[in-house]
Design a protein around this ligand. Structure first.
Ligand code: SF4
Length: 607
């Protein structure tokens, strides 16, 4: 019985019904999709389901999302005896010796291996001795995952990663960040002996699966490739074949990269095949070995452990191209040129899910069943919609205003249009208290509007973290400018006294994906499965709608939250977009004056 493993004494509206429906469907389907709004309590439902089908591995997008799952697991372990759980995220970030070293994750394992094999890591030695009960005890008293990691190294003197992995092997439920669930190699760092086919997988934020590049990709700067060429010369005296390959990649990337749009590098010009990839990886390992030998011959194990070799990451990124479903793209970010090797075919997603016995995909905006069948190629999935089963609905807690004078359509972008956007944004800033989240379709578009607002408010950049925002936001709130689909629009949680601080979400333009050659490739790959119109609809309308709903979910996180949602683009009137959003447009403001009076009304009577 799933209810038996429910972490709470009582259920929120719809939770019991959803669990019942899942129980009916779970024996019939290998893939369950749960659509449930923020505040429904998806995590508790996932835990009850996963425990019923244990062992379960619950994947979260970022390590910050581990703590809420741990909180519910801790609660469950108090209610039900014998429940054992663990969590895992980047071994590098958890490492008490190397977390402050700037080593690539791919490179980190070799450094860790040196410390382990040389007997210089006392934390590792201790992790072989600590018992599962010791680690379990630490989890039961820790406030969150950061505290748990600190206590394992400080109080037990043990390696957090290997201690938590040991506990994971004896647990019914494990929370892990995406890479440990989607990469079989990383899965086996936790479970060297186990087959993923024995596990039930829970995938949180499952709307991410519609963009293969968000999970299956690797990015490297051209300066890292240049550093790799120097490493080959320094440690091997050169290797003409590898150097030529890396130089070709450098030249093609510099030729292709013009702006922040991804431009495809023709694989055939790179002349990469299985043999050349194998050669490059062997060279990378040899460079690493020699670099470490050189340092170790001077007796400096500490220095060896923190030695970074760029070629390891570069060669592993290039190795992704061994799979014909990956392509390589170049783009510019400020002054630097970057290369992105990414999957362009959704079958990588279905392949990863098929490793598991069964999976539960959860999101406030999951892909539709039709999409799962036709694009991901997974037949017979079951769809459970919490909104139809008694969940609270965020839609009743928002007032929606559409502004018909605005549009971010390319043909309409002009200094006048940016001015107009800034004037509408000034209105919400003037009349609404709290945080006003403004979501833009791209960094470029945001820059043009924000410049006209004299940089008023917090402005996201590519390196912004959620912590940066939390640190800078005052109790009075203010404007937060963010890009749709970015870290802030999908990840911020600004809460005070259990209420969201975000009182308005202004969607400044339909956040269609920026048209570039990655989108072209995704389009081509989708066209093998659906018509041109359908592929276009999925890539543009469905994706844009998901981004808008995700942003709205930042503001309305529970029944006590209320927010004004401004759909700042007349194209939101189109039923093609609205069919995915399910939003009812309350009022339409035809000009700034009408907008101002509607905002005042919402501020006084609704918020
Ligand atoms: S074994 Fe040692 S070096 Fe490796 S992650 Fe653990 S503490 Fe760090």
């Amino acid at each position: 019985m799933a209810e038996e493993f429910f972490p709470y004494e009582s259920f929120r509206p719809g939770q019991r019904e959803v669990l019942r429906r899942i129980r009916e469907e779970i024996g019939l389907s290998r893939l369950l999709v749960l659509r449930a709004p923020t505040g429904f309590g998806k995590t508790a439902v996932a835990i009850a389901t996963g425990m019923m089908r244990s062992p379960a591995i619950h994947s979260v997008r970022t390590r910050n999302e581990i703590t809420p799952v741990l909180r519910d697991l801790k609660r469950l372990s108090k209610r039900v005896r014998g429940v054992r759980y663990s969590f895992i995220h980047s071994a590098h970030a958890m490492c008490p010796l190397l977390s402050s070293e700037r080593i690539d994750p791919e490179d980190f394992w070799l450094n860790c291996q040196i410390l382990r094999e040389s007997g210089r890591c006392s934390y590792y030695k201790k992790s072989l001795l600590v018992s599962e009960e010791d680690v379990e005890e630490i989890l039961s008293v820790s406030e969150n995952h950061v505290d748990a990691v600190k206590r394992i190294s400080r109080d037990l003197g043990s390696c957090p990663f290997f201690s938590l992995a040991k506990l994971a092997r004896g647990s019914q439920y494990v929370v892990a960040t995406y890479p440990y669930v989607f990469s079989k190699d990383l899965f086996s760092t936790i479970y060297p002996e186990e087959d993923p086919g024995e596990f039930f997988a829970v995938i949180d934020e499952a709307h991410m699966l519609t963009d293969p590049s968000s999970i299956f990709s690797s990015e490297i700067s051209t300066s890292k490739i240049e550093a790799s060429i120097h490493e080959i010369r320094e440690y091997l005296g050169g290797d003409p074949f590898s150097e030529a390959l890396l130089n070709r990649l450098l030249r093609l990337a510099e030729e292709k990269a013009v702006d922040d749009r991804l431009r495809k590098i023709d694989r055939s010009l790179l002349s990469i095949d299985t043999d050349s990839i194998e050669h490059l990886i062997n060279i990378a390992l040899e460079v690493k070995r020699r670099a470490l030998d050189r340092i170790l011959s001077r007796g400096s194990i500490g220095e060896a452990a923190s030695k970074r070799i760029s070629l390891v990451k570069v060669s592993l990124a290039i190795a992704l191209l061994e799979d014909p479903r990956f392509e390589v793209f170049a783009y510019r970010n400020g002054m630097s040129t970057w290369i992105k090797v990414t999957a362009i075919d959704h079958s990588v997603v279905s392949e990863a899910l098929s490793m598991y016995r069964a999976s539960l995909l959860m999101s406030g905006t999951p892909p539709t069943l039709e999409y799962i069948e036709r694009i991901l190629g997974i037949q017979g999935a079951s769809y459970v919609d919490a909104l139809e089963l008694g969940s609270w609905s965020p839609y009743s807690n928002i007032a929606t205003v559409l502004t018909s004078g605005l549009s971010s359509r390319y043909s309409e972008r002009s200094p006048n249009m940016y001015d107009l956007y800034s004037k509408y944004i000034e209105v919400i800033d003037r009349f609404i208290n709290g945080v006003k989240l403004v979501i833009y379709p791209s960094y470029e578009f945001m820059r043009n509007v924000v410049d006209r607002l004299q940089n008023q408010g917090f402005v996201e950049n590519r390196g912004t973290t959620i912590e940066d925002l939390v640190r800078s936001i005052g109790k009075d709130g203010g404007l937060v400018h963010a890009v749709a689909g970015g870290k802030l629009s999908e990840g911020i949680e600004l809460v005070t006294n259990n209420r969201s601080m975000i009182k308005c979400v202004f969607v400044a333009g339909v956040p269609y994906p920026q048209k570039d050659e990655y989108v072209d490739e995704i389009f081509k790959s989708m066209r093998k499965r659906v018509s041109e119109d359908e592929a276009w609809d999925y890539i543009y309308n469905m994706t844009a709608s998901m981004k808008v709903l995700q942003a709205i979910g930042r503001a309305v996180r529970g029944e006590d939250d209320r927010a004004l949602v401004v759909l700042g683009d007349r194209r939101f009137m189109s039923k093609d977009i609205r069919k995915y959003m399910g939003l009812r447009i309350g009022r339409i403001a035809r000009n700034l004056k009408e907008f101002e009076s509607l905002v005042k009304l919402v501020a006084s009577d609704f918020l």
